[in-house]
Design a binder for this molecule. Structure first.
Ligand SMILES: Nc1ncnc2c1ncn2[C@@H]1O[C@H](COP(=O)(O)OP(=O)(O)O)[C@@H](O)[C@H]1O
Ligand SMILES: [Mg+2]
Length: 274
C-alpha cells in the first residue's frame, strides 16, 4: 500500500520556495513504514497536520510515536512512504537540513549545556540561524527574540543562572525556548511533561498553548489528564498504525481506544461499579 518516495521536481521546489498554496498541509505523511529487521515499528501511517494546529499524538508504549518523530526529523530512514513538509519531500534529507527547513524537535533526554547560563544557551541556539556578522554583537546585551523567548518560557529571572542548576521542568522549558529562537514552523515535542511535578505540568500545558498561537506543534504525550486539559485534536497510534483521530472526547469515547489504551483504567472503573 505504500508508494515509493517521490522525487521533488524543480517545479515543486520552486513553488514551495515562493508561496505555499493555502491547501498544502504543513505536514503530509503517506504510507509511512519503518522496519527494524522484520519488525514494523511504523506500518502504513497517514497523517496530515495543518498550519497552526496543536496536535497531540498518543498511544501505548511501543506504538511508534518516537519513531514517527525520528522519521520526520531525518534521524530514522523510512522503508517506504513519504513525508512532505510545506510540500517538500523530506526523504533522503539529513537532520541539519530538515532543521534548516523549519522543523525543530526536543528529545526525551536533555541537550542543554549545563556549564552555560540560561541566556547563553538561548543565545547559542539563536546564533544557529543568525548571519555570522551578528555574532560580533554578542555580549552587547540580550537580543529581542531571546528576551521574548525567556519571557515565554518563564525563565527571565534565571537568565544568568547556569543551566546545570535548573529543575527538570525548567530544563525542558529552556529546551523549548532554544527551539523557538530558531524559528521553526513545526515543533515536535516528545513527552515534554514526563517526570514533571503537577505544577510544572500545568505551566508546560500553558506554555504549549501559548506557543501554539504562532507555531504548528505536535506533542507526544500519553497522560490522559494532561490531554483533557490541553489537547483538542488527537491522533492515536497503535502498533505502528493510526488507530483513530478526533477530539479528546471522541478519542476517549472510542471503544477500541479504551480497549488498547485505557484498558487498565476501564477495568478499574468496571471493578468499581461491580
Ligand atoms: N532502533 C530500533 N531498533 C529496533 N527496534 C526499535 C528501534 N527503535 C524503536 N524500536 C521498536 O519500535 C517500536 C516503537 O518504538 P517507539 O517509536 O520508541 O515507541 P513509542 O515512542 O510509541 O513508545 C518499539 O517496539 C521499539 O522497541
Ligand atoms: Mg517514545
Amino acid at each position: 500500500m505504500s508508494e515509493a518516495p517521490a522525487e521533488t521536481t524543480p517545479a515543486e521546489t520552486a513553488a514551495s520556495e515562493t508561496a505555499l498554496p493555502e491547501e498544502t498541509a504543513l505536514l503530509e505523511i503517506r504510507g509511512l513504514q519503518v522496519a527494524f529487521g522484520g519488525f514494523r515499528a511504523l506500518d502504513g501511517v497517514d497523517l496530515t497536520v495543518g498550519r497552526g494546529e496543536l496536535r497531540f499524538l498518543i498511544g501505548p508504549n511501543g506504538a511508534g510515536k518516537t519513531t514517527l518523530i525520528d522519521v520526520i526529523t531525518g534521524l530514522t530512514k523510512p522503508t517506504a512512504g513519504t513525508v512532505r513538509f510545506e510540500g517538500r519531500d523530506l526523504a533522503g534529507r539529513r537532520e541539519h537540513e530538515i532543521v534548516r527547513l523549519g522543523v525543530g524537535r526536543t528529545f526525551q533526554t536533555s541537550v542543554v549545556f549545563e556549564e552555560l547560563t540560561v541566556l547563553e544557551n538561548l543565545d547559542l541556539a539563536a546564533s544557529f540561524r543568525r548571519p555570522l556578522w551578528s555574532l560580533l554583537r554578542r555580549g552587547r546585551g540580550v537580543s529581542e527574540e531571546v528576551a521574548a523567548a525567556l519571557e515565554t518560557i518563564g525563565l527571565t529571572s534565571l537568565a544568568r543562572s547556569r543551566a546545570g542548576v535548573l529543575s527538570h521542568g525548567q530544563r525542558q522549558w529552556l529546551e523549548i525556548g532554544m527551539l523557538i529562537v530558531q524559528r521553526p514552523r513545526l515543533l515536535l515535542l516528545d513527552e515534554p511533561v514526563a517526570g514533571m511535578a503537577s505544577d510544572e505540568r500545568e505551566r508546560t500545558g500553558e506554555l504549549l498553548t501559548e506557543i501554539a498561537r504562532d507555531h504548528t506543534v505536535i506533542v507526544v504525550e500519553h497522560d490522559m489528564d494532561f490531554l483533557r486539559r490541553y489537547a483538542s485534536q488527537v491522533t492515536v497510534l497503535h502498533e505502528g498504525k493510526v488507530l483513530m483521530e478526533g477530539s479528546v472526547d471522541e478519542v476517549r469515547a472510542d471503544p477500541h481506544v479504551q480497549e488498547i489504551y485505557l484498558g487498565r483504567a476501564r477495568e478499574d472503573a468496571e471493578d468499581a461499579v461491580r
